[in-house]
Design a protein around this ligand. Structure first.
Ligand SMILES: *[C@@H]1O[C@H](CO)[C@@H](O)[C@H](O)[C@H]1NC(C)=O
Ligand SMILES: *[C@@H]1O[C@H](CO)[C@@H](O)[C@H](O)[C@H]1NC(C)=O
Ligand SMILES: *[C@@H]1O[C@H](CO)[C@@H](O)[C@H](O)[C@H]1NC(C)=O
Ligand SMILES: *[C@@H]1O[C@H](CO)[C@@H](O)[C@H](O)[C@H]1NC(C)=O
Ligand SMILES: *[C@@H]1O[C@H](CO)[C@@H](O)[C@H](O)[C@H]1NC(C)=O
Ligand SMILES: *[C@@H]1O[C@H](CO)[C@@H](O)[C@H](O)[C@H]1NC(C)=O
Length: 335
């Protein structure tokens, strides 16, 4: 009798273990086919015990340093892999070969530096987040020829330039975040393939100029963020064709003039949609264009009263919108 009970118990334990297996230190939600390993002392990817049918896997705040194709093969139905805040330093080439259904890969907050060729080929990835790593160069060869990626976040890395070929492989992109890098220029034709792009975040970089043709094919842009760069001058045709733009931020740059006509194509701006604050504007005769535009479109402008003249001395600190015709004449005098 006793023996029988023990045998039944062992048998039950065996089946329990084999049907509801779960990697040590992780939590498993078999009905949702989800596994979460949160802030536990893992140093290696927990292949052992992962249910084959896992579709969503989160491994965050652990000490794992690498993942490879071999690791991911254990879960061939995986659709989302979130690996925030680990110590990842390397990924293997063809990482995604064993997970043909993976659409979302989030590698935020790791220590990735150089990624291998074909790192993200082999799966119909739609969302890729590489935010807050140490990447210096984004390579077209990470991706397949005609990638299905619609969302790419490379913010918070060490990029200084974008190679012209990168976006040729990413024609489906709708959302591109390159903020918080060290970008000094955007090569003139590099954005041309992104005809579907809707949001482009370039804030917190070191851009000094933008070639007038750089947005020539990105006609579907609705949001463009250029806050905290070093833009000194914009060409008057820069926003030609960006008629769907609802949000544009140009604040915290070094703009002294808004060239005549620059803002005219922006017929879709939302209320408060344009930010021009914190620029050292020179209120000479040429400010007249901006002055008239602000009078007409004040509602579209964020803190319109805070767009102020830096020079000439006599107008320093005055709100552009409050200037009088008399002031504009004063501004045109030599100083
Ligand atoms: C996934 O597999 C585990 C065991 O491998 C099983 O317990 C679970 O019911 C399965 N989930 C679904 C939704 O099929
Ligand atoms: C990762 O390793 C460090 C140093 O060995 C240790 O202090 C820390 O607790 C580990 N993290 C986790 C989540 O185990
Ligand atoms: C690229 O892939 C899309 C679908 O994701 C397809 O519609 C398009 O024809 C492909 N383009 C080329 C050049 O293969
Ligand atoms: C631009 O957006 C419109 C409206 O959302 C859409 O119908 C059109 O297909 C988009 N154009 C491209 C090139 O994706
Ligand atoms: C912008 O790029 C085009 C094409 O490369 C070039 O011809 C033009 O001179 C550039 N404009 C400026 C202001 O550098
Ligand atoms: C806008 O201007 C007002 C009045 O000069 C000032 O009190 C306020 O701090 C400014 N706001 C910002 C966000 O700069």
């Amino acid at each position: 009798m006793k023996f029988c009970c023990v045998a039944v118990f062992l048998l039950l334990a065996f089946f329990w273990h084999s049907t509801v297996s779960c990697p040590a230190l992780c939590k498993c939600f078999p009905r949702r086919m989800e596994v979460v390993c949160n802030e536990v002392p893992l140093t290696e990817y927990p292949t052992e015990g992962l249910a084959e049918n896992t579709t969503m896997l989160t491994i965050q705040l652990t000490n794992i340093t690498s993942i490879s194709e071999h690791h991911l093969k254990a879960t061939p139905f995986l659709q989302e892999l979130h690996m925030y805040g680990n110590h990842l330093e390397s990924l293997s080439s063809h990482l995604l070969r064993g997970v043909p259904q993976l659409h979302t890969l989030d590698l935020t907050g790791n220590k990735l530096r150089d990624l291998p060729v074909d790192a993200f080929s082999d799966a119909p990835l739609q969302n890729l987040v590489l935010k807050n790593n140490q990447i210096k160069r984004a390579d077209a060869k990470w991706f397949p020829k005609n990638s299905s990626l619609t969302w790419l976040d490379l913010s918070g890395n060490h990029l200084t330039e974008i190679s012209v070929g990168l976006f040729q492989r990413l024609p489906q992109l709708k959302n591109l975040d390159l903020s918080n890098n060290g970008l000094e220029k955007i090569s003139v034709n590099s954005l041309d393939p992104l005809t579907k792009l809707e949001r482009l975040n370039l804030q917190d970089n070191k851009l000094e100029t933008l070639n007038e043709s750089v947005f020539q094919y990105t006609h579907n842009l609705t949001s463009l963020f250029l806050t905290r760069n070093k833009l000194t001058k914009l060409s008057q045709n820069l926003f030609q064709g960006l008629t769907r733009l609802t949000h544009l931020s140009l604040d915290n740059n070094q703009l002294s003039h808004i060239p005549k006509g620059l803002l005219d194509p922006l017929s879709s701006l939302e209320d408060d949609g344009l930010d021009l604050t914190v620029n050292p504007l020179l209120c000479d005769r040429e400010v007249e264009y901006l002055w008239r535009w602000l009078q007409k479109k004040k509602k579209k402008v964020f803190l319109a009263d805070n767009i102020t003249c830096a020079l000439p001395e006599s107008l320093a600190g005055r709100s552009v919108i409050s200037l009088t015709e008399n002031d504009l004449n004063i501004g045109s005098q030599p100083f």
